[in-house]
Ligand binder design. Structure first.
Ligand SMILES: Cc1cc2nc3c(=O)[nH]c(=O)nc-3n(C[C@H](O)[C@H](O)[C@H](O)COP(=O)(O)OP(=O)(O)OC[C@H]3O[C@@H](n4cnc5c(N)ncnc54)[C@H](O)[C@@H]3O)c2cc1C
Length: 392
């Protein structure tokens, strides 16, 4: 075993976690290796929703870690949550994002919901319910403020009309946090409002689920709302308060999608190291060529630095920081670029075998691509980070 192989493990040992969190993460590690990883190839091939994985995650009670105790949860640190996302995603990126989406969608309810809403809705999530976060529309992707879904007040109800696309868990979620515009507020940004729609509400339909390049077992749904009447009690925040909520929710979901990307990157890196140590060509192991060592050096260095920044952002959030949007954006940008590059290089290091399904790197390569696209494309993140240095 080379000295370099312990670098990433040593970095993991520096993650700030309580003894209870370490024990829980050991259980997550066991679940990932014994149950989730072995099924990943099958779920990728069939594109079937990994219900067994979701059930196993719920048997460990993992949703409870992001729900406050009074609402049925067992809260743990954000760092612990990120570490769990990374472990599950390394085993199966589709399952990792399904679970992480529960957090992305429900964190705004935890942070901005009324007591009544939390008492009514959060125990369902703590007990293992699925959630979805619905922002994107056909004409409103990078510019979410262009959304046209309408929320029209009608007595004790809000009437929803419009549609969403690309919604992770959209067809399976028990609760959907949906963003739309409040009828009667003209300013397009000030009109954005958040509403929780419950599964089975009349007027809410699933139009289709997408056939995808990667994360194939996670469902990505197009949703339609036609005169869908939702109790006004499900409004999250005041009419027009949605943009603030949306930005706050992205701040905590972006590190989480970075953890997902770094799970993929770590798996691809480990597979590549194993392979070039075993594969022989020209009478020696592939790793003995200096050109291959240079490639591994760059992969390892980029991965270690991105992981270190993941735990830095985790610490910021756990310390109660409120303004970490640029750090979160830098993390999402770099983690996803690193994941794509490491997965690409890992395929290269497997030669022709890396291009075939017999090896996991083929799947990791396809799974990595989405990480550069969602939660703000990397073009948008570069703009946001660069603009933060603009003196006004
Ligand atoms: C598998 C999957 C799961 C998803 N899950 C969810 C989900 O759960 N909830 C949800 O709400 N959304 C989800 N999305 C949507 C995702 O966040 C959007 O696809 C993403 O924000 C980009 O929007 P778009 O696809 O409309 O691309 P566009 O915004 O049309 O972008 C097209 C290209 O133009 C570039 N571009 C756009 N604007 C600019 C600009 N101002 N400057 C420079 N370049 C620009 C982009 O970077 C991109 O390269 C998901 C998408 C996928 C594919």
């Amino acid at each position: 075993m080379g000295a370099g192989s312990s670098i990433l493990d040593r970095l993991d040992e520096t993650i700030v976690l309580s003894p209870e969190e370490r024990i829980l993460l050991e259980s997550v590690r066991g679940l990932a290796s014994d149950c989730i990883a072995p099924a990943a190839e099958r779920y990728d091939r069939t594109g079937e929703f990994p219900s067994e994985n979701v059930a196993a995650i719920n048997a460990l009670g993992l949703n409870a870690m992001f729900v406050p105790e009074v609402f049925g949860g067992t809260p743990l640190s954000y760092t612990c949550y990120l570490a769990a996302v990374r472990l599950i995603s390394a085993a199966c990126a589709a399952t990792g994002i399904i679970w992480a989406t529960n957090f992305h969608a429900m964190k705004p309810l935890v942070d901005f919901g009324t007591q009544e809403q939390k008492v009514r809705l959060l125990p369902r999530i703590a007990a293992g319910g699925l959630a979805a976060l619905a922002i994107t529309e056909p004409q409103a992707g990078s510019d979410a403020t262009a959304m046209t879904t309408r929320f029209t007040p009608d007595g004790d109800h809000v009437v929803v009309n419009g549609g969403k696309v690309f919604i992770t868990n959209g067809d399976v979620a028990d609760l959907l946090l949906v963003f739309g515009k409040w009828t009667g507020i003209d300013d397009p940004r000030a009109a954005i409002t958040a509403l929780i729609v419950e599964k089975g509400t009349p007027g809410f339909d699933i139009l289709r689920t997408e056939e995808k390049l990667g994360i194939r077992a996670s469902s990505t749904a197009a949703l339609a709302f036609a005169d869908c009447r939702v109790p006004r009690a499900n409004l999250l925040g005041a009419p027009g308060a949605g943009l603030k909520l949306l930005l706050a929710s992205l701040n905590t979901s972006r590190p989480s999608v970075a953890a997902h990307a770094l799970g993929i990157a770590r798996a691809a890196f480990e597979d590549a190291v194993t392979y070039v140590n075993e594969r022989k060509q020209g009478g020696r192991r592939v790793i003995e060529n200096q050109g291959i060592q240079f490639l591994l050096a760059d992969m390892a260095t980029d991965l270690a630095l991105a992981e270190a920044w993941l735990w830095h952002v985790g610490r910021l959030v756990d310390a109660g920081a409120s303004d970490f949007a640029v750090e979160a954006s830098m993390l999402k940008l770099r983690a996803s670029d690193v994941a794509m590059r490491i997965a690409t290089d890992a395929v290269q290091l497997h030669g022709g075998y890396g291009y075939c399904r017999d090896f996991r790197v083929e799947r990791l390569f396809r799974d990595a691509k989405i990480t550069q696209i969602w939660e703000g494309t990397n073009q948008i993140h570069r703009q946001f980070i660069g603009r933060s240095f603009l003196e006004r």
